[in-house]
Structures are given as structure tokens and as C-alpha cells.
Design a protein around this ligand. Structure first.
Ligand code: IPM
Ligand code: SF4
Length: 473
């Protein structure tokens, strides 16, 4: 194999042909499906009497609309019930494996792929969901796709795509205490902008990235899309292989693991690979980071002042003004002390076991502040079960959190979990757009899971570094 980036190598390995449009046709290794974006695509196949080409390369789950409290069927919400019923019919007819709520494997699509080992290095992975970039943490090329592309992939196992440039983002040094992957990605997006990645795929590298576990790498790749990049990835290494070894795909088949490992090693970017751009960020300077505005790029370190719009680049001033009005924040203040009504610990960015463990260490023996509604929504049923096995559910519920069933929940409010009126939320999710959490006047402050835990117990945005951690395990 010639020397190059992971992106180039995996692209070339999956390229079927160049199309007259100038795009390449790529073979898709894994197609993940959820209930929101797939029904129309299945409908188009049915209209043309076309069958799903590779059901064995397709895997479905239900996450966006699923209730996180009472899951008895039919669901209380008719629209949710209909979407679920349609997905059930589509997967049954096509012979697609479905991590349904009775399987013990249901969860957010970007949580279940990696935990079941179906997400693997060197794969092309697509899903009708923008945060598919999450799977790049394993050294896969993972893209969100639209409805007509979902149809194409269902029908042919291929997708037409334009090749992107590759920007390597090197995060150097060691992260400070209680500085997490979430703080790193919020900092990257703050520095490069929400559209800084347009036309690019991000390769994350450097000591601060390499020292992260898979959960942290997933949080970073997850938000690549919020930085405008088409995808993001981390080169596979021993950390990646350790994770994979334990998954369903390989735990009982170590020979398969050994057989695939040389391929995984071969697709990592070579030391002399050429990049279209290289950006270096000092990881040791990153603080716990929160957003003050209504885009993920409007972030600051917890001790930093909120910027005055007139100090920002001209094209950012208007949105900053509007964002500050919506959020009711003043330039010069810090976000510390910003009062919250809701604490949401969930989403495909930060609802894995490690996130819940880290948050629990700041909740143990404490109580949720008066008038704060706090909820934990595990990323999957497996996360939920593992957390319960180590008593984390009790840590949270004893403190006054609600312990919910897995799904997207208040990350986007497509089910009953929504902000009310102008409530402010401390959220471990990835988007703080106006209206995102279900109420047009709702205010979302993005932060890491430990910062959500700290905010839940103090009732305001809090520097987690000033709180005592209580770890018992
Ligand atoms: C519903 C889905 C299409 C959407 C996405 O693509 O990201 C959702 O997951 C989100 O996070 O906004
Ligand atoms: S958890 Fe949020 S970001 Fe992730 S797939 Fe669901 S709605 Fe999208």
C-alpha cells in the first residue's frame, strides 16, 4: 500500500468507479438505520419493487422518537408509534437486524454500533444522521447521508460522494484535570468555526487525542459535523484494538480479530502522509469549556469572559448579538453562576458508561439543587445495564436525578422530553441551536458530563475543578 492518509486509503479501498458527475462511487461496509430518516427510502424501494441489496451489512435501531419513560406499546404518542411500527415492518421484510427495545441492545445509533463491535476500523459507514461522524473514532470513514442516498445504499450497497480535503488537527500536550474530550472539541470548533471544516474531513491526532479512550475519541469525532467537517477520524491504535477485542464481534472469535488486525494497522495514516492543512492546538491550555451562545462554536473556558460582539470578526457580530439576547448573557461576565433549570446527561456525544461514571463522581452523596429537573438518559440499554450493575442508577436517583430508558431524548426533543418555556439547560449534548431542546425560548448550555453533574447539584454553571470528586469504586 502506498503511503497516505487513512482517508485516502480507505477511500481507495472502497472506490468502485468514478462517476460522470466527478463523484466517486463507494462501496459501503456498514449502513446504520434509524426510524426518522429511513421510512421514505424504504418506501422508494417498495415502489420500484427493489430489495435491500445487503441486509447483512445493515443494522437498525430506534432512538429519536422512543419514549424514555413508559415504553408499553402502543406508545402514547401516535406519531412515535407509527414510526416505530413502520421501522419494524421494514426491517422484518428486508431481513435487517434490529436492536429493538426487547433485545437489550437498543440505543442511540452512534452508541450501539461501537459497543456491539459492528463499527470497525477501515470501514465505510453511513447512516441517515449527521452525527455518523462518531464512528470515525475507530478509524472508519463514517458519513451522514440524506434520504436519496439512503435509498441508493439500501438498493445497491453503494453511495456517490465527492472526495474531501483532509485537515490534520493536532492537539498537543496533556489535558488538565477534569478537562475532557468534550472541552477539546468545543475548543476546536470555537477556534476553527462552525463552518471551518467545510470541504474537509478532520483527522484528530497528537498526544492529547491519543491518550483519550474510545469514549473520548467518539465525543470528539461526533462533533466534527458541528465544525462543518464532512467526517472526522482518529487513526486506530492499541486503544482501539483493546475496545474491539471485548466486543461481540471478536470476544468469541479471537482468530477473526488477529486476521483483521493487519488490515486495520495498514490503513492508519503514514508518518509521511501529506495533508491539505495542519492545525495545532495546545491541549494543556484548554479549560472546562461551555457555550454562551446558540451555536456550538460560541464557547469559552469557564473562567473566561463572554466576548463583546464588536470584538468578534465582522461576520460573527450579528449572530453573537442575537445569541446573547436569546441566552440573556452579558459580555464581560463569565458563564460561571448562570442559573439552570434542567440538567440533561445524555446523547450520542456523552452518554456512554465512562461519561456516566465520571458524572456520578460529582453527584455521589449530593443532592440536585432545588427547582432543577435533572435526568440521565443512558446512550443504550447496554450502557444502562452496565451502569445499574455498578449502582450508578442509585447514585443518580438518590441525588434526585431521573433515571430514564435509552434514546436521544432531550438532545433534540422529538419525544416528550423537552424544555418548557424559557428554561435553561446544562446539556451534555452537541447542539445548542434555538429551539433544539423542544422549546423555542429554551436556552441550552453545552458542556461535559462532569460539568452537567456539577451544574445539577449547584443549580448554576459551575467550574467542576472547584468541587470535590467522590469516587468509591
Ligand atoms: C433526526 C436526524 C436526521 C438528525 C441528524 O441528522 O443529526 C438528529 O439526529 C440530530 O441530531 O439533529
Ligand atoms: S442523540 Fe442527539 S445528536 Fe445524537 S443522533 Fe440523537 S438527536 Fe442526533
Amino acid at each position: 500500500m502506498s503511503s497516505g492518509t487513512l482517508y485516502d486509503k480507505v477511500w481507495e479501498n472502497h472506490k468502485v468507479t468514478e462517476l460522470p458527475t466527478g463523484q466517486d462511487q463507494l462501496f459501503v461496509g456498514l449502513h446504520l438505520v434509524h426510524e426518522v430518516t429511513s421510512p421514505q427510502a424504504f418506501g422508494m424501494l417498495r415502489e420500484r419493487d427493489v430489495e435491500v441489496a445487503f441486509p447483512e451489512r445493515t443494522h437498525a435501531t430506534v432512538d429519536h422518537i422512543v419514549p424514555t419513560d413508559d415504553r408499553d406499546r402502543p406508545y402514547a404518542d401516535d406519531a412515535a408509534e407509527n414510526m416505530m411500527a413502520e421501522l419494524e415492518e421494514n426491517v422484518r421484510e428486508s431481513g435487517i437486524e434490529f436492536s429493538d427495545p426487547d433485545s437489550g441492545n437498543q440505543g442511540i445509533v452512534h452508541v450501539i454500533g461501537p459497543e456491539q463491535g459492528i463499527t470497525q476500523p477501515g470501514m465505510t459507514i453511513v447512516c441517515g444522521d449527521s452525527h455518523t461522524s462518531t464512528h470515525g473514532a475507530f478509524g472508519a470513514l463514517a458519513f451522514g447521508i440524506g434520504t436519496s442516498q439512503i435509498r441508493d445504499v439500501l438498493a445497491t450497497g453503494c453511495v456517490a460522494m465527492e472526495k474531501q480535503k483532509v485537515r490534520r488537527i493536532e492537539v498537543t500536550g496533556e489535558l488538565g484535570e477534569h478537562v475532557t474530550a468534550k472541552d477539546v472539541i468545543l475548543t476546536i470548533i470555537r477556534k476553527l468555526g462552525t463552518d471551518g471544516g467545510v470541504g474537509h474531513v478532520y483527522e484528530y491526532a497528537g498526544e492529547a487525542i491519543e491518550s483519550l479512550g474510545m469514549e473520548g475519541r467518539m465525543s470528539i469525532c461526533n462533533m466534527s459535523i458541528e465544525g462543518g467537517a464532512r467526517a472526522g477520524y482518529v487513526n486506530p491504535d492499541e486503544t482501539t484494538y483493546e475496545w474491539l477485542r471485548e466486543t461481540d464481534a471478536f470476544a468469541d472469535d479471537p482468530e477473526r480479530f488477529e486476521r483483521l488486525k493487519p488490515y486495520w494497522e495498514s490503513i492508519a495514516s503514514d508518518d509521511d502522509a501529506e495533508y491539505d492543512d495542519v492545525v495545532t492546538i495546545d491541549g494543556s491550555a484548554i479549560e472546562p469549556t461551555v457555550t454562551w451562545g446558540t451555536t456550538p462554536g460560541q464557547g469559552i473556558g469557564i473562567t473566561e469572559p463572554i466576548p463583546a460582539p464588536e470584538d468578534l470578526p465582522a461576520d460573527k457580530q450579528d449572530t453573537a448579538r442575537r445569541a446573547q439576547e436569546h441566552m440573556r448573557v452579558e459580555p464581560g461576565d463569565t458563564m460561571e453562576g448562570y442559573e439552570i433549570d434542567v440538567a440533561f446527561l445524555g446523547s450520542c456525544t456523552n452518554a456512554r458508561l465512562k461519561d456516566l461514571r465520571e458524572a456520578a463522581a460529582f453527584v455521589r452523596g449530593r443532592e440536585v439543587a432545588d427547582d432543577v429537573r435533572a435526568m440521565v438518559v443512558p446512550g443504550s440499554q447496554r450502557v444502562q445495564a452496565a451502569a445499574e450493575a455498578e449502582g450508578l442508577d442509585e447514585v443518580f436517583t438518590e441525588a434526585g436525578f431521573e433515571w430514564r430508558e435509552p434514546g436521544c431524548s432531550m438532545c433534540l426533543g422529538m419525544n416528550a422530553d423537552q424544555l418548557q418555556g424559557d428554561e435553561a439547560s446544562a446539556s451534555s449534548s452537541n447542539r445548542n441551536f434555538v429551539g433544539r431542546q423542544g422549546s423555542k425560548d429554551g436556552r441550552t448550555v453545552l458542556m461535559s458530563p462532569t460539568m452537567v453533574a456539577a451544574a445539577a447539584v449547584t443549580g448554576e454553571v459551575t467550574d467542576v475543578r472547584e468541587m470535590e470528586e467522590v469516587v468509591t469504586a
